[in-house]
Design a protein around this ligand. Structure first.
Ligand code: PLP
Length: 402
């Protein structure tokens, strides 16, 4: 059957609903990863979006232009990425940023005014905690960190000024699973918004019910440890407009080459995620069996407290696995330096397997705070190498750690 002709959209915002009605409604996720926002270029026929480096665009008369004026406000390569991620998340609006933190910052600024209150997860990503506690609190935003797996705790933290619940699921680094539908009901019943950090799950594994979604596209979306970026996708037109205002006014936008790299990564997202999940399962089994491990944290393990919720709201359980080392901090630090295939490095979500010590690396910013991480914890970003090789590598490091 021949495919219907796709129209070329230069701007993501506002065009998505019509485009989806026209031709994309039936596309499966894997098809959208390859094509969404990436129709052949109308000018040249190029089958991947050109990297448009221009910082400014011609106007035939004042205000008479082809959708682009100045590249901080909008850029065609960025628009392709924004359209793509919005479509993958089932959203209407996509807004790309220079990093995941820039995307988070813009979302918080747009959703909250001085005097408002936000509820964040007790084990939020350390950078999210730092952003809220060190930048937004001094600007008049109150916050409370509670265990999001405990709905009563969220209800107990509620104030008249609560305007936002910031959800992360699975969380970084403890892999707590949060019941998105239940939190959304609780928040919406009280007139507050919910934003989900979907970095660990990606839209392939989890699409949070059309709520606002943020990503560090540095991770699985980019997928190759080669780009830093962030993106917000949402249906809420009012919030999208406010975020777009921050995006343009503060200007933390990604460059066109970075957008191209993320788009290129997204094309293989589904196949990569399947492999990440398969390999993570094999690693989780090793961890549950090895005597050097005190506790294995992986939502795919039937004993994980969030396993049932994860089964309900995720397609699979992801590529991130954490564990605590029975012999404590020193053994954990020794272990992360003794793998051969797992590379000792921060970040996650790329094709190569990484290992790290959150307390002193990714989550050092939470040290001394209520969000501080157990120093015996090790976090793995399981890549797409051979599962057998990965298991062998980790087993030798665990054997040596004792
Ligand atoms: N959200 C989560 C869950 C993360 O893991 C990270 C980074 O590790 C971020 C947000 C921040 O993203 P970036 O490093 O691209 O600013």
């Amino acid at each position: 059957m021949s495919r219907p002709k796709r129209r070329f959209w230069r701007r993501s915002t506002g065009a998505l609903a019509e485009r989806r009605r026209q031709n994309a409604a039936g596309d499966e996720f894997e098809t959208r990863t390859v094509h969404a926002g990436q129709e052949p270029d109308v000018a040249t026929g190029a089958v991947v979006p050109p990297i448009t480096l221009a910082s400014t665009f011609v106007q035939d008369a004042v205000g008479d232009h082809r959708g682009y004026e100045y590249a901080r406000s909008a850029n065609p390569t960025r628009a392709a990425l924004e359209t793509c991620v919005a479509e993958l998340e089932g959203a209407e609006h996509g807004l790309a940023f220079a990093s995941g933190m820039a995307a988070e910052d813009a979302t918080l600024r747009a959703a909250l005014d001085a005097g408002d209150h936000v509820i964040i997860p007790a084990d939020a990503y350390g950078g999210t905690y730092r952003l809220v506690a060190r930048l937004h609190e001094p600007a008049g935003i109150a916050w409370t960190a509670v265990d999001h797996a405990d709905l009563d705790a969220i209800g107990g933290a509620w104030r008249d000024e609560t305007k936002l619940v910031w959800v992360e699921t699975p969380t970084n680094p403890l892999l707590t699973v949060v019941d998105i539908a239940a939190v959304a009901k609780l928040a919406h019943d009280r007139g507050a918004r919910v934003v989900v950090d979907n970095t660990f799950a990606t839209p392939y594994l989890q699409q949070p019910l059309g709520l606002g979604v943020v990503h560090s596209s540095t991770k699985y979306l980019g997928g190759h440890s080669a780009v830093v970026g962030g993106i917000v996708a949402l249906r809420d037109a009012e919030l999208a407009e406010r975020i777009a205002f921050v995006q343009n006014a503060a200007g933390a936008v990604p460059g066109p080459f970075d957008c191209y790299l993320v788009l290129r990564g997204i094309k293989t997202l589904a196949v990569r995620m399947d492999r990440h999940c398969e390999n993570a399962r094999a690693i989780a089994v090793l961890l549950t069996e090895h005597p050097a491990v005190a506790q294995a944290l992986y939502p795919g393990l039937p004993g994980h407290p969030g396993h049932d919720v994860a089964r309900r709201q995720m397609r699979d359980f992801g590529g991130m696995v954490s564990f605590t080392v029975a012999a404590g901090e020193e053994a954990a630090i020794k272990l992360v330096a003794s793998t051969r295939l797992f590379t000792l490095a921060e970040s996650l979500g790329a094709v190569e397997s990484l290992i790290e010590h959150p307390a002193e690396m990714t989550h050092a910013s939470a040290a001394g705070s209520p969000l501080a991480v157990d120093p015996a914890l090790v976090r793995l970003s399981v890549g797409i190498e051979s599962a057998e090789d990965l298991v062998t590598d980790l087993r030798q490091a665990l054997d040596a750690s004792g």
